[in-house]
Structure formats: structure tokens, C-alpha cells
Design a protein around this ligand. Structure first.
Ligand code: FES
Length: 97
């Protein structure tokens, strides 16, 4: 099992290793939003504060969409991320409305 801490909403959730982030965000009441789900709109941008190594590898879509320095700062596209294992902490900008 892996443990994800959604810092923005102060919610912690345990999931099976290998679960896509998007799969359980909808069920949980977290404010992270998704749009295209294909890595092209950027609505799902998250910053990985802890546990970058516990997530799936950066996809081509993320390399296309995000800037090099954003990737270095731990930014990811939530729709592209799978939880691999261990502890992970995420935050994101809350969108109003
Ligand atoms: S939902 Fe569009 S980039 Fe992730």
C-alpha cells in the first residue's frame, strides 16, 4: 500500500501500489481538478513535495507540457501520475468556482 497526503486539502489516503492518481481523486473529496485527462490542458498540475521517486515516470506528455524547471521543481500533471509505493505529499493551486 502507498499513502498519499493531499496537503492542499489536508486529506490522507491509502491506495494499492500502481493506482493512477486520477482514479481515487474523484471518489475522495479533494479539490484537485482534471480536464482533458490526456496531459494537454494543465488543469491537473500538482507539485510533489515528498516522494517523487514513489511516482510513475514522467511521461512524454508531461515533458511536452511542463517546462524543464517546473519538472525539476517537482511539478507533474496529475492525470499522468500513478502511485508506485511509499509516502507521497502533493499540493496544487486551488481553482475558484
Ligand atoms: S487533465 Fe489535462 S493535463 Fe491532466
Amino acid at each position: 500500500m502507498a499513502k498519499v497526503f493531499f496537503k492542499t486539502d489536508n486529506v490522507t489516503h491509502e491506495v494499492e501500489d500502481g493506482t493512477p492518481l486520477m482514479d481515487f481523486c474523484e471518489e475522495l473529496d479533494v479539490s484537485l481538478s482534471f480536464g482533458c485527462t490526456e496531459g494537454t490542458c494543465g488543469v491537473c498540475e500538482v507539485t510533489v513535495i515528498k516522494g517523487r521517486e514513489n511516482l510513475s515516470r514522467i511521461t512524454e506528455e508531461e515533458k511536452d507540457y511542463l517546462l524543464e524547471e517546473d519538472l525539476e521543481d517537482g511539478m507533474r500533471l496529475g492525470c499522468q501520475v500513478k502511485i508506485r509505493k511509499g509516502d507521497i505529499t502533493l499540493k496544487w493551486k486551488k481553482v475558484k468556482g
